[in-house]
Design a protein around this ligand. Structure first.
Ligand SMILES: *Cc1c(COP(=O)(O)O)cnc(C)c1O
Length: 460
């Protein structure tokens, strides 16, 4: 069975709804650093993506972008499926209200213990990245609750004892798609199974009891720059489907065409519109899978950043302003432990967030005349490493201790993509507003708990 995306809900809050909290109000109420997430923006982004995709398309929300219960819960309520790749993300998805039958468990290096946990929780759809994934699923299939899996298999599926475990075979294309930056496909990669390998060894991908390859997973990249590059990867994916169906001797029930829908990250800018995407995709589908509108396969997509990137703002306070050897520094109460941690480790180009000064905080009239305060300022955090800095800005007005700064477009790959454990600072407060609901504020904590020895790990 495939969950269809319902028409987007009206996003106008009822007249009695509290007005959405602003970053300044949240900073006054809860202190900084804080992340503010606006659920109305999540709903608007979802409506934009529904409008940009073919009629009836299924949308997966990738929880790694932001697993916050209310952010993810908004997308569950709007009819998305969840795409998770750890037991922690599975817990977050279930806590957010996703039904286990609407969860797709994906990712490389799934351990047998993780797969068992997912099956016991009622997950019956997996993206499989190797023959071993299929073998482990076959071995553990009976952990799936028969009632749950029979329901998820749907009336059209040849349900065996307890129903089908649906596997989407993740394919690595045989060549990269032009225009992709961080290529995750078409090159040598840890992800998926090479297209050529499936064609060469189709018997390895046969049905295994309840475990069936019911579809393909064709995720190729993230944050793609233009509609043409998006369409180029979808075309490359669809072009492989016919050959794979012939090689495996089956029709697919689902084609997960991936995503890569871009949006600004950690700086000013608007979520892009994709005015030609729906028509372009429908044309490609008509060409490659002419039965998609009537008999299937169901067509699905995945997004993290497009759905939630624009909903978030990181708010931080200037703690100190100083000068060293001709360079001015604004030291703030946030840093690479809250935003841009991967970049902070120089695993990626360093993140240079685009900061805005808010009107709250320090007295705007005091000491802001041009002079020693003018000119570029390096914004740095409190961590005891020189890597904890967000770069130099010439766009900021002169700063004083107490000023509030905001980094817009930080709803995706913010807190959980950072070095939250490093140096032991408390996590920022996460404030959620919008959707006509009362504002909530919570703080994530990292705690240490005792772990029992298990026979499986005891090699003595
Ligand atoms: C990370 C990831 C996504 C989400 O990527 P975004 O750029 O946030 O949309 C989707 N699918 C898979 C398989 C991923 O690993």
């Amino acid at each position: 069975m495939t969950a269809r995306v319902p028409a987007p809900a009206a996003s106008t809050p009822p007249a009695t709804a509290p007005a959405a909290t602003t970053p300044e109000e949240a900073a006054t109420a809860y202190g900084t650093p804080l992340y503010l997430y606006d659920l109305d923006v999540v709903a608007a982004a979802h409506a934009d993506l529904v409008a940009a995709l073919p009629e009836g398309a299924v949308i997966h929300y990738s929880l790694k972008a932001n697993p916050h219960t209310e952010v993810a819960g908004t997308l569950a309520a709007l009819g998305c499926r969840a795409e998770v790749s750890s037991t922690g993300e599975l817990d977050a998805a279930l806590a957010a209200g996703f039904h286990p039958a609407d969860v797709t468990y994906s990712g490389p290096a799934k351990t047998a213990a993780e797969i068992a946990t997912a099956l016991r929780a009622g997950v019956t759809r997996f993206s499989v990245e190797s023959v071993r994934d299929l073998e482990v699923l076959e071995e553990l299939a009976d952990l799936a609750d028969p009632a749950e899996s029979a329901e998820s298999a749907g009336p059209g599926d040849p349900a065996g004892p307890g129903g089908v475990i649906e596997c989407l075979l993740r394919i690595n294309a045989d060549r990269p798609v032009p225009g992709m930056g961080l290529a995750m496909a078409g090159v040598s990669t840890k992800f998926g199974v090479d297209f050529a390998r499936v064609l060469a060894t189709p018997e390895a991908f046969r049905d295994r009891g309840r475990v069936r390859i019911t579809g393909l997973h064709l995720y190729m990249g993230t944050n793609l720059p233009t509609e043409d590059v998006l369409l180029g990867q979808f075309e490359a994916g669809l072009a492989m489907c016919g050959e794979l169906a012939a090689a495996l001797g089956r029709d697919f029930a689902e084609l997960d065409l991936g995503g890569g829908f871009g949006t600004p990250y950690a700086g000013p800018g608007e979520r892009p519109a994709y005015p030609g995407l729906r028509a372009g995709l429908e044309k490609l589908l008509d060409l490659h899978v002419p039965t998609w509108r009537t008999g299937g396969p169901a067509v699905s997509f995945e997004s993290g950043r497009y759905l939630v990137g624009s909903c978030g703002t990181l708010v931080t306070t200037v703690v100190d302003v100083k000068e060293s050897k001709g360079q001015r520094y604004a030291l703030v109460d946030s840093g690479i432990h809250h935003l841009g941690g991967l970049a902070g480790l120089r695993r990626l180009p360093p993140l240079r967030p685009g900061l805005l000064r808010l009107s709250g905080g320090g007295d705007p009239a005091v000491g802001r005349e041009a002079g020693p305060d003018a000119g570029p300022v390096t914004v740095a955090g409190p961590l005891c490493t020189p890597l904890d800095q967000w770069g130099s800005s010439s766009d900021l007005p002169p700063l004083r201790a107490g000023d509030l700064l905001a980094v817009p477009n930080t709803g995706a790959y913010g807190l959980t993509a950072s070095l939250v454990g490093f140096l032991g600072y408390p996590a920022p407060v996460e404030v959620v507003t919008g959707s006509g609901r009362p504002t909530t504020a919570t703080r994530a904590v990292l705690t240490r708990v005792p772990v029992e020895r298990t026979p499986h790990h005891d090699h003595a």
